[in-house]
Design a protein around this ligand. Structure first.
Ligand code: GLN
Length: 537
């Protein structure tokens, strides 16, 4: 029977509820339990696919093509399980379903209301995910902060759901912040007490409190929180700021977090096998060197916009025992060649990640040209691959007017063009080529070497592709097409065999990298950097 764990947050936003939920998932998986997750987001967008990375960070993509909140990425990385459309629920998608039913006449003339129609739909999403994953534990994180008007239907649904499944089958973990006042040298518990009071006023009593803090919580404060918030003393869990997010599961395990969860859910505890995770954390904390990777993109002001790329770089670094520093390079600043050279002077490798629109493109082309001409290890992702193809076409294959029709509709040489299936697509949101597709890899290429496979599956999110009309010319000029869709129509990976690492892919490898299993293309990049560095020293 599935047990349900709801995670709410109070006091402030950006508490890292996702990391706490993902860490709990890891601790349960380490005990051999199966875990499914759901993220409930109270905003009205049907999914985050149309939201700007500047505002909302990266859009994560699942195998089945859902465009989701970036927290789902953390969940997949920590729990090492692939989730689905059912894992991401927004108010917008809930309302859309209910309104569509109303328009179809399903409610037979009844008045459609938040309670019970919206709340029933929310509860049915929990059950649908349960039926699909059949997990031992289903972790459901509610976005936003307690007290927000927009999250109320979700909170009400949890209240109903908890009483329907009964004591011992569902719990609520409430995450809060204990601010530290340097003048009095104290951690303050009052905001947490207040947020629990608000939660209670909605009919929800938390069973566990996880407190984010920059300092160790004194026993007196823990006892106070337990007393005022009506949770047992062992259920007040400290979650201190850590150097790496991957240390969080171990810190929570030390405090018997999972043990307390299991006790409350009336499940006998099992021995946790965290040996490999512990080894990972040891490697993170004891690197033998440092390398610097540049990320040349447009959304460099908010690192969350490329969070899976950043994590993937780290994973590959962990495997090679090196610390990876990121240098954010604003592609618009690379328009000037001298400036571009200067910005790339201190990086050991460079990534041009995914993106949309013409802004910053010429700068990206300069970055790629510099990497190609100077054998600087390079990985291009999605838009990064499209730029690599344009750069090669213009500067090597002699196709001077080469461009993407995304940037210039009237490009004289459209080496990148809208995919056929996209030509008649109208509207935004869930309309790109999304999710996992197979790719065949050519033997004897760098891609084949790192994947060690003839066929792979990777996740996509794009509308444009390499125009097949130009593939022969590009091949003749030396660009190797090392990965193609099974029907041979879509270019998935290109590379330059004579350079140490110049590989670009149309898909997003960053969505499949795991801390203990770095993605082959990121590993290829970091390996090449490490090799070049050791040859220099
Ligand atoms: N804008 C490009 C396209 O739609 C690339 C998309 C991306 O990088 N995710 O094809």
């Amino acid at each position: 029977m599935t047990k349900y764990i709801f995670i709410t947050g109070g006091v402030v936003s950006s508490l890292g509820k996702g990391i706490i939920g993902a860490s709990l998932g890891k601790l349960l998986r380490a005990r051999g339990f199966s875990v499914a997750i759901q993220k409930f987001d109270p905003y009205i967008n049907v999914d985050p696919g149309t939201m700007s990375p500047f505002q909302h960070g990266e859009v994560f993509v699942t195998d089945d093509g859902a465009e989701t909140d970036l927290d789902l990425g953390h969940y997949e990385r920590f729990i090492d399980t692939n989730f689905s459309q059912l894992s991401s629920v927004t108010s917008g998608s809930v309302y859309q379903t209910v309104i569509n039913k109303e328009r179809r006449g399903d409610y037979l003339g009844g008045t459609v209301q938040v309670i019970p129609h919206i709340t029933n739909e929310i509860k049915s999403r929990i059950i649908k995910a349960q039926k699909s994953f059949k997990p031992d534990f289903q972790i459901i994180e509610i976005g936003g902060t307690i007290g927000d008007i927009e999250s109320l239907p979700f909170i009400e649904s949890i209240r109903q759901f908890k009483s329907e499944v009964g004591i011992g089958n569902a719990i609520n973990i409430h995450c809060t912040l204990l601010p530290y006042l340097p003048t009095s040298g104290e951690l303050k518990t009052k905001p947490s007490q207040h947020s629990v009071t608000v939660l209670r006023s909605y009919g929800l009593q938390p069973e566990i409190l996880v407190c984010r803090t920059s300092k160790a919580i004194p026993k007196t404060e823990k006892d106070k929180l337990a007393l005022f918030c009506s949770v047992s003393k062992e259920a007040v869990v400290e979650c201190r700021d850590m150097k790496s997010i991957y240390e969080v599961p171990l810190a929570l395990e030390e405090q018997k977090f999972a043990e307390v969860v299991l006790k409350l859910l009336q499940v006998p505890d099992r021995k946790a096998d965290l040996t490999k995770w512990q080894e990972l954390v040891d490697r993170i904390n004891h690197p033998t060197g440092t390398i610097k990777i540049g990320i040349a993109g447009k959304y460099t002001k908010l690192s969350d916009a490329y969070i899976s790329v950043v994590e993937s770089i780290k994973h590959a670094g962990y495997a090679d025992n090196v610390k990876t520093e990121i240098k954010w390079i604003n592609s618009e600043e690379c328009l000037d060649n001298a400036k571009c050279k200067e910005l790339l002077a201190d990086v050991d490798g460079v990534i041009v990640p995914g993106g949309f629109g013409v802004r910053g493109i010429e700068g990206k082309l300069n970055v790629i040209r510099h990497a190609r001409e100077n054998n600087l290890p390079f990985l291009g992702i999605c838009l990064g691959m499209q730029c690599a193809v344009i750069e090669y076409a213009r500067n090597v294959a002699g196709l001077k007017g080469a461009n993407s029709t995304e940037f210039d509709e009237n490009a004289s040489i459209p080496v990148i063009d809208l995919m056929l299936e996209q030509k008649n697509v109208k509207g935004y949101g869930g309309t790109m080529r999304l999710g996992a597709y197979d790719c065949h890899i050519k033997k004897g290429t760098k891609a084949h070497e790192v994947y060690d496979a003839n066929k792979i599956s990777e996740r996509h999110r794009h509308r444009y592709e390499v125009n097949t009309d130009y593939i022969e010319q590009l091949k003749k000029a030396g660009l190797v097409f090392s990965g193609m869709s099974p029907d041979g129509m879509l270019s998935e990976i290109v590379e330059l065999p004579d350079l140490d690492w110049f590989v670009a892919c149309q898909f997003h490898p960053e969505f499949k990298s795991r801390p203990e299993r770095p993605h082959p293309l990121f590993k290829g990049l970091i390996d090449a950097v490490v090799k070049q560095k050791s040859a220099q020293s």
